[in-house]
Each structure stands twice: as C-alpha cells, then as structure tokens.
Design a protein around this ligand. Structure first.
Ligand SMILES: C[S@@+](CC[C@H](N)C(=O)[O-])C[C@H]1O[C@@H](n2cnc3c(N)ncnc32)[C@H](O)[C@@H]1O
Length: 333
C-alpha cells in the first residue's frame, strides 16, 4: 500500500502493480519509458533487465514485438503479474537468448547500498553489455552523470540522449548508431513540453548584455553540453561564453524565465537595497560561476516586503575584467 502510494510519483495508475522497494526505486518513470518506447515504434525489442516490467508496459503498446527477461526470479514473478501478456523468461543479460531484436538494458547502478559511478561497476557491467550486443542495435539506460569520454573509450559511437522530467535530469540513454538520428551524437530531451535539441543543429550564439529575459537552461541541455545549440535554436544569447545563463527578448515555449528589472554589480549591501526598493519579501536566488551560497544569502537578506522576486547572480567576463553581477527579476511563473 505504502509502495503503491510512492509509485504514484512515477506511474499514472500503479493500483494493480506489484513492486519491491528496490524495484520501485530503480524503475523508470512512466513518462520517460513512454518517450523511449516512441523511439522504438514497430521494432522487435528484448528488455534484458526487465525487472517488474515497467519498460515493457510502455513498449507493448507501440513496439512490433516485445519480450522481457531478468536474472531475478522474484522480480520476474512480479512482472508476470504486472505485464502478463508479454513473454518473459529468466536469463542472464550477458548470455543472449534472442537474435536480431533491439536490446534494451537498464543495468543497476546501486548494489550493497552504494552508488556505482564507474560504468564497469554497473550490474551487469556496461562494457560487457556493449561487447555482447555489439552486433545489433541496442538502447542502454545509464546514470545521467556518466562520463561521456569514458563511454567513448568503451567503443560507443552512437547517440547519448539526456532526458529530464519536470526539470530534473533522469538519465543518459545510449542509442547504438543504427538507432541514432543521422549526425546526432548528443541530444537533450525535456519531457515538460520544452522539446529537444541535438548537436547536429547550429551552435552560433552571440555573447551580449542581458535583454528582456534571462533563461536558466534545463539541466538536460546543460548536461548534454548543448547550451549554445539550444540558444541558437531559440534566438537566445549568452551573458558570458563560459556560463550557462542565456538571455533573449522572447521566452521559448514552455520555459520558465526571469524578466530583468534591474542589474547591479553584486555586493550583499547593494542587493539588499535594490530588493528593498522593489518591495521584495521573498527571493529565489540562482547562482552560477560565483561562490555564493543561495540559502545562506537569502537568510542574511532578511527581506520584509511583499513581492516575490528572483535574483540571478553570475560572473560576467574573465580575468581582471571579471565581475559578479546580480539581476533582479520577475519570474514568468
Ligand atoms: C535498474 S533495474 C531495471 C529496472 C527496469 N528497467 C524498470 O524500469 O523497472 C536492473 C535490473 O537488472 C537485473 N539484472 C542484474 N544483473 C542482471 C543480469 N546479469 N542479467 C539480467 N538481469 C540482470 C536486476 O535483477 C534488475 O531487475
């Protein structure tokens, strides 16, 4: 009962599902699984680490044929209950039992309570999975923080898709070359209506002073290293070539932005005075490139007004020309 209630954060209707605590923690959120399934429409897919069947539930609606396997008999028994119409069997993902099917793998990144950062420590290990399935198309869900260079060293040359849901980065997904879009090696997908951007798009993006809006790009864009591509796509520019904050006179659709009311050289005293002049009673503080702890600063500001404001503090310029700058803003929502 308790687990099902927690499952509601990941699934639309978990009322008939069986989980274990671990299986629920490891399960892909439904919106992310459905997005992956949309890229596999019509394909024959073998989920080789199917656990309790979360990804299978999304795949069965649109894939041509779906089969699932896992090494854990308890999870498989639950999968039989959860997705009873999908063929399932117990198998080691490192010993292929299908041929030609696109392989979907979601190796565990946690074992004996500790997180595994090295992809060779995944269960099963990423290097072994890539090796075993090198002769066919595959999709492998990895930790969002995975080192891209390290994946390259493992011989991966396809597309890395970073996906966020409601602004939080959920995963890095490896799509083998045969499943990747031509010319795309990195993609950021924002499942909150803000769309996608890839490294096949232009990245010409000027650096200029703030316009009407400041945009803090979604974590998926930042993690995928596609800030400039995203800016170019939406007609935005950078405030500084090394900082991810962008600016523009129009907000991209579905994006929360910060309308600039005031700009000042940052010092606590000047910021306090400016916020009080704007009657600020609460301030959301965003920081990049300067050593400021937003929570500690917010407490010290002791705001007494009635308006809810946002403050963006960032470094602009480098070396001796570098200056910490604060923008007092009104959030779009
Ligand atoms: C992160 S979970 C998969 C979660 C699943 N994608 C979901 O959304 O519910 C990893 C799964 O890999 C399974 N596993 C670990 N080693 C395996 C192996 N060598 N062969 C097959 N499955 C394995 C575990 O039992 C576990 O169910």
């Amino acid at each position: 009962m308790l687990l099902r209630r927690r499952a509601a954060a990941k699934f639309d209707d978990p009322s008939q599902w069986l989980f274990t605590d671990d299986a629920l923690q490891q399960a892909t959120a439904q919106a992310v699984a459905e997005h992956r399934a949309r890229r596999l429409v019509g394909a024959t897919v073998h989920d080789v680490t199917c656990s309790v069947g979360t990804e299978l539930a999304s795949l069965r609606a649109s894939a041509g044929f779906v089969v699932g396997s896992d090494i854990d008999p308890t999870r498989l028994a639950m999968a039989r209950h959860n997705v009873g119409d999908v063929p399932l069997c117990r198998a080691d993902a490192l010993r292929p039992i299908t041929r030609d099917a696109v392989v979907l793998a979601d190796p565990a990144r946690r074992g004996s309570g500790r997180r595994r950062f090295d992809p060779r420590d995944y269960i099963p290990p990423l290097d072994r999975l890539l090796d075993v399935y090198s002769d066919r198309d595959y999709v492998v869900k990895c930790s969002p923080g995975i080192d891209f260079a390290e994946i390259g060293r493992l011989g991966f040359a396809g597309e890395i898709e970073i996906t966020s849901l409601d602004g939080s980065v959920r995963e890095a997904c490896l799509w083998s070359s045969g499943l990747a879009e031509a010319g795309v090696h990195r993609r950021a997908t924002m499942l909150n209506g803000a769309g996608q951007v890839t490294d096949a798009e232009p990245d010409d993006c000027p650096v200029a002073p703030a316009g009407r809006w400041i945009v803090d790009p979604d974590g998926a864009v930042v993690r995928a290293g596609l800030v400039r591509h995203y800016a170019a796509r939406h007609g935005l520019w950078q405030l500084d070539p090394d900082i991810a904050y962008l600016s523009g006179d129009r907000l991209p659709d579905g994006v929360r932005g910060f309308e600039v009311l005031d700009e000042l050289g940052f010092s606590e005293k000047r910021l306090r005075q400016a916020l009080s002049a704007h009657d600020a009673g609460a301030a959301e503080i965003l920081v990049r490139g300067v050593d400021v702890d937003p929570d500690a600063l917010r407490k010290r500001l002791k705001l007494r007004g009635s308006a809810a404001m946002s403050v963006v503090i960032t470094r602009i310029g480098s070396g001796t020309a570098s200056r910490a700058t604060a923008f007092i803003c009104h959030p779009s929502r």
